[in-house]
Ligand binder design. Structure first.
Ligand SMILES: Cc1cc2nc3c(=O)[nH]c(=O)nc-3n(C[C@H](O)[C@H](O)[C@H](O)COP(=O)(O)OP(=O)(O)OC[C@H]3O[C@@H](n4cnc5c(N)ncnc54)[C@H](O)[C@@H]3O)c2cc1C
Length: 478
């Protein structure tokens, strides 16, 4: 009998498998698709020679991940590129707020001088101990933090809503929009508690490590993790969709890189009632509508500084972003959506033929939406970059429901493996001191539906594997 099986090869499945194999436990991954990677895959979605990231595309969390950063992934072909600015936020008047990698440069470029000072003081505590604070944030709640005082002072500001914090602290449009756009990655209404924390984390990462992209596309992250795993002696079976436990060979532990809804389908009545009920009441968040373009040139932003940023937040002012995200929260597709755009080929020439470009974009929509948002997204980009539409050579779209068809982990188009509000940050996937462990012996959950949640950081997989080793595998060995 082998030691462990991991079902699903997303970043968390791969992280769990690497940790287990490295600790000396023979591990096999079973993946339903022909390629590994889950949310970290690339493909020629539009035209030949254009490499598009199908799901995730920008990786501050991967670079900061306490687990990934210690793996020798460069030896397995992973190369990071860090654009000079993490993101830009253009406005209707042709100006743009830019989040440069340098905090000082960013703060001094704001349209209001005092905002620059408040911005620096908001982030300076985080930046002083960013490594430790990130380590504390990217872990289960039920453990002792490494920097309790710093974490507490971060938490006091993090727990409030970004709409109240930004409007009470800043006067100019630049700082307000920067905070709002960063917080909107949470997929929560900007009036929700904790949204200021999402903004602080993403801005802190922007000024400590930047918002990097992998040379050659997201698939390089998955392939480097997969190749490293194989070099440790691990095995990967692709084209193997697990529908029930009985299809798998015997193993001491099985870790599922899946979300509660799929796990309930696999185990049917196998769990005690209380656990099935808890998993059944797990909430999924808004979905996303995703677009990829092949372009005949870079996006013609009115503000040329936007070409220095890997990511562009396209919506306008904090108020515009709030209206868009409020609409999604209330169950309506926004008329003028907040669009997250990534322009990889400006910094990575391998992504498109000479002189041509790729663009990756998405906006938030209500969970389960099948509305085609491409016209609304294009008119938002056109608003800040007149002439954009004339550059389009080809496009590829995914509605929220098509994203779920592509990867069943994206239930209703939710890319975080479940709503990431204050309650479900504490109680993913159920309220427990041992959230990765299920009541069935040897069965664990390791996906982004467990702490710390969504994003390509592998920390859910790492902690789930640690839990499986300490609860079962190391005891069996003794
Ligand atoms: C459009 C989009 C944009 C995103 N942007 C970013 C970003 O820029 N940066 C970032 O950090 N994160 C981003 N994310 C989120 C990120 O991709 C996810 O949080 C992350 O991939 C979650 O990893 P995971 O391992 O938990 O699950 P997944 O990556 O979803 O992996 C699950 C794996 O399990 C497989 N699987 C499913 N069912 C079965 C089964 N029954 N049997 C076998 N295998 C199965 C799937 O094929 C998949 O490979 C984005 C996601 C999307 C969709």
């Amino acid at each position: 009998m082998q030691d462990s099986i991991v079902v699903g090869s997303g970043p968390n499945g791969l992280a769990a498998a690497i940790f287990l194999q490295k600790a000396g436990y023979s591990t096999t991954i079973y993946e339903s698709k022909e390629k590994i990677g889950g949310g970290a895959r690339s493909s020629e979605l539009t035209l030949k020679g254009f490499t598009h990231d199908i799901c995730s595309a920008v990786y501050p969390l991967s670079r900061a991940s306490p687990f990934f950063r210690d793996l020798p992934l460069e030896q397995f072909g992973l190369e990071w590129i860090t654009p000079p600015a993490a993101f830009a936020n253009p406005f209707d008047d042709g100006t743009a707020a830019i989040v440069w990698n340098s905090l000082e440069e960013t703060a001094s470029s704001f349209d209001n001088r005092l905002d620059g000072e408040h911005y620096s003081s908001l982030l300076s505590g985080f930046l002083k101990n960013s490594k430790e604070i990130i380590g504390d944030i990217l872990g289960p709640i039920a453990r002792l933090p490494k920097k309790p005082i710093d974490l507490l002072s971060f938490a006091v500001k993090a727990v409030v809503s970004v709409s109240s914090y930004a409007q009470n602290t800043f006067r100019g449009k630049d700082a307000r929009a920067i905070l709002g756009g960063s917080a909107a990655h949470s997929m929560l209404s900007l009036e929700e508690p904790l949204t200021n924390g999402f903004a602080m984390i993403l801005l802190g990462l922007a000024h400590s490590i930047g918002w990097p992209i992998p040379k050659g596309g997201a698939q390089k992250i998955a392939d480097s993790l997969g190749d490293y795993f194989i070099s440790l002696g691990g095995r990967i079976e692709t084209d193997f969709e697990v529908k029930s436990l009985s299809e798998l060979p015997q193993a001491k532990v099985v870790l599922f890189d899946l979300t509660p809804r799929q796990i309930l389908r696999i185990f049917g009545d196998g769990f005690p009632n209380w656990y099935s009920r808890s998993l059944g009441s797990f909430k999924y968040g808004p979905g996303v509508y995703k677009l990829d373009y092949a372009l005949d040139g870079p996006i013609p932003w009115k503000s040329e500084e936007c070409l220095k940023a890997g990511t562009v937040h396209v919506c306008g002012t904090l108020r515009d972003i709030m209206i868009s995200e409020r609409s999604v929260w209330d169950g309506r597709e926004p008329e003028k959506p907040f669009v997250i755009v990534a322009q990889h080929s400006l910094f990575d020439k391998t992504r498109a033929p000479d002189g041509k470009h790729t663009v990756w974009a998405y906006c938030h929509v209500p969970n389960g939406s099948d509305v085609d948002m491409h016209r609304r997204i294009e008119s938002q980009i056109e608003r800040f970059a007149p002439g954009f539409q004339s550059k389009i050579l080809a496009r590829h779209t995914f509605t929220a429901m098509e994203l779920e068809d592509y990867n069943p982990n994206y239930v209703g188009g939710d890319i975080n493996g479940g709503l990431q509000n204050l309650w479900q940050t504490i109680s993913r996937p159920v309220l427990s001191l041992s959230p990765y462990k299920t009541p069935i012996k040897g069965i664990y959950i390791c996906s982004s539906s467990t702490p710390p949640g969504g994003g390509v950081h592998g920390m859910c997989g790492y902690y789930a594997a640690k839990s499986a080793i300490s609860n079962e595998l190391s005891k069996k060995r003794r």
